[in-house]
Design a protein. Structure first.
Length: 303
């Protein structure tokens, strides 16, 4: 009981900190907020050093040919970009539709229009790359029926706040506990279900190549697509400059695959994972290197 009270008190303090920070971010122009994010990101990386070793180790695995100095430069910008994303997220309640559309541009919108006409919805797959939350909000504000499959945050107050902001952008929420039923229902109603599929899935995942290393990856997007016949649309959010973003959509069709087999799941998962890797190579400071992506080891079978 005492530990629960301490945890709840800590969660309230965290919520108070977020709310206080929001008041500052709401009182300044977006470019000023992003300038503050650059300083905060640098401070977390250089002084506080949260998960710094994890980030640099991941970068060494992905880019062994780069020098240590080059990897440190990417790592610092990663922290700054993630802080910018978080600050933009906190500004969701005050962003106007015309401001959103003036700052963001969509490439590949014809794929989502095609999916609508196809009538089977679409599995929107993205990674923790760029401002993925803003991309989902932009698509929803553009009139597309978007649902997010989301996990629950440790801090219930923050979890509630985040989902509230998603709903403000017109995004529906499918809790992770109701994933299969909620996702299938949404796809059959010709909706678009967005999933992040780039974190370690432990022994429940399918192993695919990611930067030349086997990585356990969630099977969900592949299973949903194969079960319903819905296409997969891969999305990437690229920060062009300052508060300006380019959202790129790429269509992946698997009409030639029949049934939910391990081989088919492998092919689908590898296809969108390879796309993610391609975008990370082009914009390495956009991805969330803080996660232990290769934590689950690929099983080695001995003869």
């Amino acid at each position: 009981m005492a530990s629960n009270r301490r945890k709840k008190r800590q969660h309230r303090i965290e919520l108070f900190f977020v709310r206080s920070l929001q008041l500052i971010l709401w009182s300044v122009p977006i470019n000023t907020a992003l300038a503050i994010a650059d300083v905060v990101g640098w401070f977390i990386f250089s002084i506080v050093r949260i998960r710094r070793k994890v980030v640099l180790k991941n970068l060494q695995r992905a880019f062994p040919s780069k020098t240590y100095r080059e990897r440190v430069k990417i790592a610092k910008k990663t922290y700054q970009n993630f802080t910018k994303m978080a600050f933009e997220y906190m500004r969701f309640p005050i962003i106007k539709k015309d401001e959103l559309f003036s700052l963001c541009r969509l490439k590949g919108g014809e794929h989502i229009e095609w999916a609508l006409k196809n009538g089977k919805g679409s599995v929107l797959v993205a990674g923790h790359f760029g401002n993925w939350e803003l991309m989902g909000g932009y698509l929803s504000m553009s009139g597309y029926p978007i649902s997010f499959l989301v996990g629950k945050q440790h801090n219930g107050f923050i979890d509630e706040l985040m989902n509230k902001y998603r709903r403000l952008m017109g995004v529906d929420i499918i809790p992770m506990g109701y994933a299969v039923r909620g996702v299938i229902r949404a796809l059959r109603n010709n909706k678009f279900v967005a999933l992040l599929s780039d974190q370690d899935a432990r022994r429940n995942g399918v192993f695919v190549d990611f930067f030349g290393i086997k990585a356990s990856t969630p099977q969900g997007p592949a299973v949903f697509a194969l079960k319903t016949g819905a296409p997969i649309i891969f999305g990437s959010a690229i920060r062009v400059k300052g508060a300006r973003h380019l959202f790129k959509l790429q269509l992946l069709r698997f009409d030639h695959l029949d049934g939910i087999t391990p081989e088919n799941i492998q092919e689908v998962t590898q296809a969108y994972t390879s796309l993610l890797e391609q975008h990370i190579r082009e914009h390495p400071d956009h991805w969330f290197w803080m996660h232990k992506r290769w934590k689950t080891r690929f099983p080695i079978i001995k003869n």
